[in-house]
Structures are given as C-alpha cells and as structure tokens.
Design a protein around this ligand. Structure first.
Ligand code: BGC
Length: 702
C-alpha cells in the first residue's frame, strides 16, 4: 500500500462519523458566516460559484485571500483536513478562450491542452484547485444549449480532446500548485436529452452508450482525470446519479477509476423529484450506494447519512470508501502539504501576454470558413468597408457561456480591434442598426455582417426550439445583401445554427462561435488575410431545426439516405443531408488528395493508410486530414462512417506531404450483438478525407 493510502487509513481511524460525512459535503458559501461550518469539519469542498447562475453572468469573488480565509477555518477544525475549492473553469478563467465546441473545431488537441494549462494556472492563482471540466457529452441536437460546452457530435474527436483537456488541467503532477484536478462530466448521456431540452430524460441503447457516449469518459479516466460528475438526467429509467452500474461497475470495475465522483448541483436531492426515492434520506442512500462520493450543494448527505447508517440503509464500509476517495484526491492535489494560495500569484499569473497570445491563436484556429465565392476573402483592394450587425461593438458578448471570471474591460471592443488590424488606407464604417447599415451599404465596397446569438442564448438551460438566427437577423441580412455589394457573413454562436437562407445570400461566411477575449482581433486578422482560417466543423451543420438530431455517423438503414428512388429516407420538404458536413471547412488555399496506399489487403493487428496531400493553391494553408472507416457487415448495424484519426498539417504553396495513419484492430472494435466488445472479421472501407462526405476510398479485410 502506498504512502497516501496509509495516511488515509490513519486519518480515517481518527475521524468521527460527523467528520466523515463532512468530507462528502460540498456546500455553497456566501461570504464568511460559513466559517463555523468549516471549523466543525462539515465541508470537504466549497463550490466557489458565489452567486453565479448556471454560468450566465459574472462574479469576480474568487480570490486567494477569500479561499485562504475559508481554508484557515477548515484547518482549525479538529483534524485540520483542508478544503478543495471547486469552480467551473470551462474555457479559461480570466483569459477567456473560445468555447469548447469551438476548440473542437481546431482538431488540435495540443492547443486544447495549452488552453487548459493556462486556465489551470490562472484559476489556481485565486485558490481554485478543482475545475468542473471537461464536459464530454456527445451532442447531436443543437437545440440543447450545452452543446457549446462540449466537443461536438463525435466520440473519437471528443475522446482526444478529453485526454488533452485532462493533461492540460492536471499536468503530469496534479500536486503542483498551478494545476487543477479535472472533472469529466456529465456522466453520462446528458447530451441526448430528448427534444434538446436540458435536464430531460434520454433512452440510449447499450451498444450506443458503450460505443458513442462512454468512450470520451473512458479516455479521460485513462488520462488520469481525478473526478467524475454524475449527470442530472434520467437515463433509460435510472437517474444517472443513482446508477450503480454506470458509476461503480463500469467506471470503477471496468475502467479502474480510483478518484471520486461528485454529483451535479443538487442532483442527489433531485432523485426524489425523479421519483426513485421517497425522500431525501432515501435519495442520499441511493446515490452513495450507486457510487456518488460527494454531494454538490443538495445537503442531503449532510442531513441524512448518519440516520441512513443507523438504520442500515448504508454501511460503514460504503461511507469509508467514499471518504477515502475524496481524501485520496486531496492528497494527490497536494493540498495537505500546501493548503494556502500565495496571494502574490494573481498579479503574476493572470492575463499574461502569453495567455492572450494563446487566446488569439485559439480563436484563429477555431473559426470555420464555410463559403468563399470567387475568393472574396481575404478582403483585398477594398477602400470602404461597412461592418454591421448586433455584434459591432461587442466585448463580453464574444465570451460565450460559463465565463464567470471574464471581464468585459479586458476585451478590445470589436470595432476597435478591426480598426487596429485593418490595412492602412481602408476606411471602416460601423453600423449597429439595420437602418444605418442599409444607408451606408450603398457607398461601401464590401460589407461584413456580424450576426449570431448572445452567449446567454446557449449554455445550461438555454435551449432553443428554433435553430434559425435570432429574430430579425435574417431580414437584416436579406436587406443589406440585397444591395448587391460583396458581403461576408460572420456568425457568433454557441451552437451550429441553421443559416441556410442567410448563407445563400452572401458571397463568404465564417463561423466564429463564441471566440473569447481575443476573438475580434483574430477575426479581423482572418478577414484581412493576416491569418488563414483552419477550423473544421466538429458538428454537422443543420439546414433547419427539423433535422435535429443530426450527425454523420448514422446507420445505413435499409433504404439509405443518399440513394435515388421512391421510399428512401427523406423529408418531403427538406433534404436529409446537412448544410455542411462534419469535418468541413475551407481555407485560403486548396488541397488535393491523391495516391491512397494501404499497407496490406488484410489487417493483422495493425495497418497503415496513407495519402499524398498537396497544397495546390497560392498561399500557405493548414489542412485537417481525416481518417474514416466503415465496417461493411456486422453482427449489429455499423455507422456509414466513423472518424478514426486526424492530423493538422500546414503546407506551403505547391508543397506535398504524405500523411500516414495507423489503424489497430481495436480501432475496428464495437459492442457486438452478444454484448461483447471487439472487432469482427470482414470487409472494411477506409477513407482519407477533407470531411466526412468526401475523400479517397480504399478497402481492406480483417
Ligand atoms: C451544471 C454543472 C456545473 C455545476 C456547478 C450545474 O448546474 O450542470 O455543469 O459544474 O452546476 O456550477
């Protein structure tokens, strides 16, 4: 037994029942009246969301001093067990980076790691040592507001980002004072909420759960994530917070997770609302038994675990196990050794020039060029450019959801950023109202329309029933584009919106997501050609709300989508295919794909697949080369394509490079008809592709 476990044994031996229960309790404390609670050892962690409501809005109350004051009280308790301060550090702390969905568009795990490394340094400088991130919920229905917080629709891409985020937050050694314990959330299936309505139930079959929803969590566990959060939802009739099979049998039994599980906000108490518990006492017993170690905010553990123990609904062993896991992570985080935060750090570690540079780079790499007729972009030889739309003076509107620590004053307002970056000689006009935009457009050489949704329209509990641009924006676009000047549409959003009618009326379009505090500057660099866009869609972009849910890795159906003839899968009034497919995105040059090579006709353990990628345009550019497979015949139906690899590569004009991927037998594995996991012999297709609907196609056998 290692040193940490011995220390935990020793501590457990000294703890009273009350102190044990205290470690499992995560209250929210408003100010200092909570100090007595801490002196009595009645809290294991504090959720530092002083007043912020589900990530909508700002609260700048976290500080090393505030945490140190609370910590001091905890250390004055009988056993002096330190607190772990948790907070939602979702896409940066003070340095606000693009939302996670945008980060996924970079297809660049290294970037995601660097972002979270910075986030960890900043958050830990104000006393936080635990973040409730990364969110790993596969989201295939853009009505669901929390699609903004995750990495999109694909399990492979999300799994790679999960590892990167865990590494970024935790590093090799999470005990370093500038690291955060990460939390993989929301375990599991939360993104499948029916109708895109947050907190709603989902029905997910066992193979889909295993092959689509669980892999990102498994990857996070393999990467050493310290904690996992149980989701709010009712999954297949069992609320995730009471699901022992998921939280214990799979998470711990199959994957060997040894950190702790925290509930979501009040999700233990809510088991009574779900109707699986009579009251809060039964709810607490169910959750503890399922494997939820810490109670976020509901207070049900604090109120009822002692009585539950007395009446035999839970056992001493169950209680001790939960306490042990919490203490284990506290030890790993080094807070027994270093409970306090150096208040000097904030001025050194927060909002550094390097952090801002990284935020700029991230914004550049995450914007997706969707359309660029006759190479309108980058804008050249234009003297008067009209910039119009609700975002022309944006500052904090660029942040996105869950940015409690972001500050509007840190942002160079969009109009100013454009002025700083536009080439000399370009005259920029700004119009925040349609009337002004219309009157100016006549005299402009080009128009840039900045449309999209306010951050408050995405994120938790911010679902929409209509994926169109917010009311009035399409009319605005139609009127201005109707004047006939070359027009660029830029969309800021926390989800893939249905921009079908808007994009048809403009010559160029950039999907900018909510790009964070350097977003305006990055956008200007892209528009004026100082940088080239390199983002690719991490989600299928729907044509209309009625297509939701939509994703590329569909099953073939007996009457496949893309074949002609009557009685094929279709809508009478809409194509079934998305407006733009998963993986899609343009840049300022073009790439050709040629010479697909497969190392062998038959896979034995591994196989390499390669192709030659050539920059056939006139500028340097970055391509995201994607590897897809299809298992043609299986004991269960298999998706028509599955992403199995990707590589970003930057090529100079005329340059060619061979991209190579290695496929292993386990990359072909899935949950088979008999419930076992593995690959099945047979024929496979393979593509090296610029997106999920194109590419060089080959075949091999297993
Ligand atoms: C959200 C979580 C979040 C928690 C703490 C909940 O409402 O679902 O994602 O981490 O609040 O703020």
């Amino acid at each position: 037994m290692n040193d940490i476990e011995e220390r935990i044994d020793h501590l457990l031996g000294q703890m009273t029942l009350e102190e044990k229960i205290g470690q499992l309790n995560q209250p929210m404390i408003h100010g200092l009246p909570g100090l007595d609670l801490l002196r009595q050892g009645k809290a294991g962690s504090i959720i530092n969301a002083f007043g912020a409501l589900s990530g909508q809005g700002f609260d700048h109350l976290s500080s090393a001093e505030a945490c140190n004051t609370l910590q001091k009280a905890a250390l004055e308790s009988r056993l002096g067990i330190p607190l772990l301060f948790g907070r939602d550090i979702i896409h940066g702390q003070r340095t606000v980076f693009p939302i996670p969905l945008a980060q996924a568009a970079s297809f660049n795990p290294t970037l995601v790691e660097q972002i979270n490394r910075v986030a960890a340094r900043e958050a830990s400088a104000v006393g936080i040592r635990w973040t409730f991130a990364p969110m790993l919920d596969i989201a295939r229905d853009a009505r669901w507001g929390r699609i903004a917080e995750g990495y999109g629709e694909d399990p492979y891409l999300t799994a790679r980002m999960a590892e990167a985020a865990a590494r970024g937050f935790q590093g090799d050694d999470v005990s370093q004072p500038d690291r955060l314990v990460a939390c993989a959330k929301h375990y599991v299936g939360y993104g499948a909420a029916e109708g895109g309505r947050d907190y709603e139930q989902a029905e997910i079959s066992e193979p889909t759960l295993r092959d689509v929803y669980l892999p990102p969590f498994r990857a996070a566990v393999a990467a050493g994530v310290g904690t996992v959060m149980s989701a709010f939802l009712d999954l297949n009739g069992v609320p995730a917070t009471a699901n022992r099979r998921l939280l214990t049998d799979i998470l711990r039994g199959e994957w060997g997770f040894d950190g702790f599980v925290v509930s979501d906000w009040e999700s233990i108490g809510e088991l009574a609302q779900h109707g699986v518990a009579e009251d809060r006492a039964q709810a607490a017993a169910l959750a503890l038994h399922a494997g939820v170690d810490m109670d976020m905010v509901s207070g049900a553990y604090q109120e009822t675990l002692a009585e539950n123990l007395r009446c035999g609904r839970i056992s001493d062993a169950e209680l001790d196990t939960a306490v042990r896991r919490v203490l284990r992570i506290k030890h790993r985080a080094g807070i027994f050794e270093r409970p306090f935060t150096d208040p000097e750090r904030a001025s050194r570690d927060i909002l550094t020039a390097e952090a801002r540079d990284l935020a700029r780079q991230a914004a550049r790499e995450t914007m997706v060029l969707l359309k660029n007729d006759r190479n309108l972009l980058p804008l050249r030889d234009m003297r008067r450019i009209l910039v119009a739309g609700p975002f022309v003076h944006a500052t904090a509107e660029l942040f996105g959801t869950w940015t409690m620590d972001g500050r509007a004053e840190d942002v160079v307002p969009l109009d100013q950023a454009f002025r700083q970056i536009a080439p000399t000689g370009v005259e920029l006009w700004f119009a925040a109202t349609p009337d002004l935009a219309l009157s100016r457009a006549h005299y402009a050489d080009a128009v840039i329309l900045l449309m999209g949704e306010h951050p408050a329209r995405s994120g938790e509990n911010a679902n929409v029933s209509d994926l169109n641009l917010p009311p009035g924006q399409l009319e605005w676009i139609t009127a201005v584009a109707g004047i006939g000047k070359p027009t660029v549409l830029v969309v800021f959003a926390g989800r893939p919106l249905a921009i079908t009618r808007a994009i048809a009326q403009v010559q160029a379009a950039i999907y900018a997501w909510h790009p964070g505090l350097e977003g305006a500057a990055a956008l200007a660099e892209i528009l004026f050609g100082l940088a080239a866009p390199s983002g690719r869609l991490p989600v299928s972009m729907p044509r209309a709300t009625g297509q939701a849910p939509i994703y590329y890795a569909r099953k073939p159906s007996g009457r496949p989508l893309r074949e002609d003839g009557p009685f094929r899968t279709r809508y009478v009034d809409l194509p079934t295919v998305p407006l733009y497919p998963f993986g899609y995105g343009l840049t300022y040059t073009r790439f050709s794909y040629s010479d697909l090579r497969i190392s062998s006709q038959r896979m034995r353990d591994t196989l390499t697949v390669s192709a030659l990628i050539t920059n056939v345009g006139e500028r340097a550019g970055t391509e995201v080369v994607q590897l897809y497979i299809r298992d043609l015949v299986g004991s269960l139906t298999r998706p028509i394509r599955e992403l199995k690899g990707f590589q970003r590569m930057t090529l100079q004009p005329g340059e060619s490079r061979r991209v190579q991927f290695t496929l292993r037998e386990e990359d072909l594995a899935f949950t088979r008809a008999d419930g076992s996991w593995g690959a099945e012999p047979g024929r496979f297709k393979v593509w090296i592709a610029p997106h999920c609907e194109a590419g060089l196609e080959g075949e091999f056998m297993l």
